[in-house]
Ligand binder design. Structure first.
Ligand code: MN
Ligand code: FE
Length: 356
C-alpha cells in the first residue's frame, strides 16, 4: 500500500485526509500526531476537558494572599519553638523545588508522549499551575525573609529531600534519555511508571506530610497566609492527581497487554518504597512531636493515603491503615472547597471581562 506508507512517513506533521477526525478514532496515545494540530473537538475524553475547566475555575495568584500576619508571627521570638521553626523550614525546603520537578516532567516527557488534544489542553493548564506553585514558595520565603539559599538548596543538602526528588527525577530521566517506544509493552510500562511516579507518588504521597504539617499550624491560626496558599495548592494537587489516575487507567484500558501481573507487582513495590521515603522525611522534619503530631501518626496517615492511591489504580491495598487526621478529608473535599473558592472565582470572572 504505497499511499498508506506515505501517510506513515509524514505522520509527524499535518496530513491531508478526506476523513474527518471523529471522537471514536481518538486515543490517549499513539495517534501518530505528536506535532500535528491539537484538534480539541470532537471531544472524546470529557473528563480531561472537565479537569481543565475545574483548574481554570480555581485560578489564584500567590501575591493576592496577604503575608502580613505571618510576617509578624514569624518575627515574634516566642511564638514558635525551635522544633516548630525546623518543621516549617523543612516543609518550605521540599516544596520550593519539588514543584518544578512536576512542571519539568509535564513539559519534557508527558506532553511528548500523550498526543491526545483534550489531555494536552489539561497538561498546558497544569504546567502553568506548577509555575504558580513555585511562585508561591518564592513569595513565602521572600516575605518571611528566610535564608533563601538555605531553603532553595535544601534538596541537595538534606538527604531525605534529596532522596524523594531523586525518586521522581529518575523517572523523567528514563523517558528523556532513551527513545521510549510506546508501541511496545516495555515502552508503555516505562511511561506508566513515569506517570505513577509523578501523579500518584510525587503529587499524591510526597506532598502530603508537608500539607498535614503546615495545615496543623493553620488550625491554630498560625501562618495563616502560608496556610491559605497551601490549601489552594492542595486543591490544585487533588485535581492533578485525579487527572493523572484517569489518564493512567485509560491508557491501561486501551492497551491492556501492558498491565501484566509482574508490572503491577513492580508498581506496588515502587509505591511501598515511596512510603518509606516519605516516612523518613516526616521523621526528619519532626524529630520530636509538635502540634499534637508525631511520627507514628504521620506514618499512619501516609499509609492511609497510599492505600487510597493503590485502590484508585485498581491495585491491592498494602497497609489497611485508618485516617488519623479526618480534618484533612474536609480540607480536600471538593464540594466544600468550591465554597472556599467562591469569592475568588467571582473576582476573576469580573476581572477577566475587559471592556473595549
Ligand atoms: Mn504543584
Ligand atoms: Fe501538581
Amino acid at each position: 500500500m504505497p499511499e498508506e506508507k506515505k501517510e506513515q512517513e509524514c505522520s509527524g506533521g499535518i496530513r491531508m485526509t478526506r476523513e474527518r477526525v471523529s471522537a471514536d478514532n481518538k486515543r490517549i496515545i499513539l495517534n501518530g500526531r505528536t506535532v500535528d494540530v491539537n484538534q480539541l473537538v470532537p471531544i472524546k475524553y470529557k473528563w480531561a476537558w472537565h479537569f481543565y475547566l475545574d483548574g481554570c475555575a480555581n485560578h489564584w495568584m500567590p501575591t493576592e494572599v496577604s503575608m502580613q500576619r505571618d510576617i509578624e508571627q514569624w518575627k515574634n521570638p516566642t511564638l514558635f519553638t525551635d522544633d516548630e521553626r525546623h518543621v516549617i523550614k523543612r516543609v518550605l525546603g521540599f516544596f520550593s523545588t519539588a514543584e518544578t520537578l512536576v512542571g519539568n516532567n509535564i513539559v519534557l516527557s508527558i506532553y511528548k508522549m500523550v498526543d491526545n488534544p483534550e489531555c494536552r489542553q489539561y497538561l498546558l493548564r497544569q504546567a502553568f499551575e506548577e509555575a504558580i506553585h513555585a511562585h508561591c514558595f518564592q513569595y513565602v520565603v521572600e516575605s518571611l525573609s528566610l535564608d533563601e539559599s538555605e531553603i532553595f538548596n535544601m534538596y541537595r543538602e538534606n538527604k531525605e529531600i534529596y532522596e524523594k526528588d531523586e525518586f521522581s527525577m529518575s523517572c523523567t530521566d528514563g523517558i528523556i534519555d532513551e527513545n521510549v517506544d510506546l508501541s511496545t509493552k516495555e515502552g508503555l510500562q516505562k511511561f506508566i511508571n513515569n506517570l505513577v511516579a509523578f501523579y500518584v507518588v510525587t503529587e499524591g504521597i510526597f506532598f502530603y506530610s508537608g500539607f498535614v504539617l503546615m495545615l496543623s499550624f493553620g488550625r491554630q491560626n498560625r501562618m495563616p497566609g502560608v496556610c491559605e496558599q497551601i490549601q489552594y495548592i492542595l486543591r490544585d494537587e487533588s485535581i492533578h492527581m485525579n487527572f493523572g489516575i484517569e489518564l493512567i487507567n485509560t491508557i491501561i484500558d486501551e492497551n491492556p497487554y501492558c498491565w501484566t501481573p509482574e508490572f503491577q507487582e513492580f508498581l506496588v513495590k515502587r509505591i511501598k518504597r515511596a512510603v518509606e521515603l516519605e516516612c523518613a522525611y516526616a521523621q526528619e522534619c519532626l524529630p520530636r512531636g509538635v502540634l499534637g503530631l508525631n511520627v507514628p501518626l504521620l506514618k499512619e496517615y501516609i499509609e492511609y493515603i497510599a492505600d487510597r492511591r493503590l485502590e484508585k489504580l485498581r491495585l491491592p491495598r498494602l497497609y489497611n491503615a485508618s485516617n488519623p487526621f479526618p480534618w484533612m478529608s474536609e480540607v480536600i473535599d471538593l464540594k466544600k472547597e468550591k465554597n472556599f473558592f467562591e469569592t475568588r472565582v467571582t473576582e476573576y470572572q469580573t476581572g477577566g471581562a475587559l471592556e473595549w
